[in-house]
Design a protein around this ligand. Structure first.
Ligand code: AHG
Ligand code: MN
Ligand code: MN
Length: 283
């Protein structure tokens, strides 16, 4: 897996450079979820495909920006699922964005995820790498090299609340839960990019990031293989939890299609306990 990590670092440098130099705006195509693709979404996807194709240990790649699985080496070990550029709706306004990778073996579900990596392209470029069974590692790009900063350990109780989804479409039990966190003093931290929003919750010791099912999107918006399951590994290995609306660990989630979405809640243990109580017997 080390060679995959090295390639992901190479990709991160290229995408960071692309974001800083390429023109903005939309392309004329849309992806499998129906989102109109930015030129940057397509170019980032091309960079990743080209670099990952160099590795014989990769069986297939699955991208948020590609309809189908791209088979590379049929006898190889790993399938890499990725969101090339997370934050399409905010990158042209110069907010932080990211790339997310899940490295799967022998299956495409939570149980088969062996490692995940995400990169935040912000005022600094940072990378969080999580290998199953060990604490997430936090790296920062310094002089074009990713330098290890620390391991990430979540407190059992946090202070931040990052509530996703369109509020007018929240279910009443979800609204009540979010309101209660604010009444208890939690502070709103939400940019509209799951990578920086989850990164902040992870690095500041904890809290809650939620992207629930809503009346218009009962299965939420965030995609299991490229977005949700990779972050679930980071939160769980950091000592927190990541669950769906039924209270089930997202590392047990089994998508039936590569582009499936799921409601998701990531946080420290105390906040997730409250989510489970609020959602008990609900959608
Ligand atoms: P992408 O740019 O890969 O399509 O994903 C963006 C995601 C995620 O970063 C964020 O939390 C969520 O979309 C926000 O979407 P809405 O603003 O539509 O709620
Ligand atoms: Mn995304
Ligand atoms: Mn994306």
């Amino acid at each position: 897996m080390e060679r995959i990590f090295t390639k992901i670092e190479e990709i991160a440098l290229k995408i960071d450079n692309l974001i800083k130099t390429a023109e903005g705006g939309y392309s004329e195509s849309s992806n499998s979820t129906g989102d109109t693709q930015l030129k940057l979404d397509i170019q980032s996807d091309e960079i990743i495909e080209k670099v990952l194709k160099e590795l014989p240990e990769i069986k297939a790649i699955i991208s948020e920006e590609k309809e189908d699985i791209l088979e590379l080496n049929s006898d190889a070990q790993y399938t890499v699922c990725y969101d090339p550029l997370d934050g399409s709706s905010i990158v042209d306004y110069n907010l932080s964005v990211g790339s997310i990778f899940g490295i799967y073996e022998n299956g495409l579900d939570g149980a088969s995820l062996k490692a995940s990596v995400y990169i935040v392209y912000g005022p600094r470029v940072e990378m969080i790498k999580t290998v199953r069974g060990s604490k997430p590692k936090h790296y920062r790009l310094i002089n074009n090299k990713f330098i290890l900063q620390s391991e990430i350990i979540l407190n059992s109780h946090g202070t931040l609340n990052a509530p996703g989804g369109t509020q007018k479409n929240w279910y009443p039990h979800h609204k009540e839960l979010i309101d209660l966190f604010f009444k208890d003093g939690y502070r709103l931290r939400y940019s509209g990019g799951m990578v920086p929003d989850l990164h902040q919750v992870l690095l500041k010791g904890g809290g809650l990031f939620s992207y629930p099912g809503t009346t218009d999107k009962p299965k939420g918006k965030l995609r299991a293989l490229f977005e949700v399951i990779p972050f679930a590994l980071a939160f769980i290995e950091a000592g927190g939890e990541a669950i769906d609306n039924r209270g089930i660990s997202l590392l047990e989630f089994k998508p039936s299609h590569p582009h499936d979405t799921t409601p998701c809640f990531f946080g420290s243990k105390d906040e997730i306990k409250r989510v489970k109580e609020a959602y008990s017997g609900k959608e």
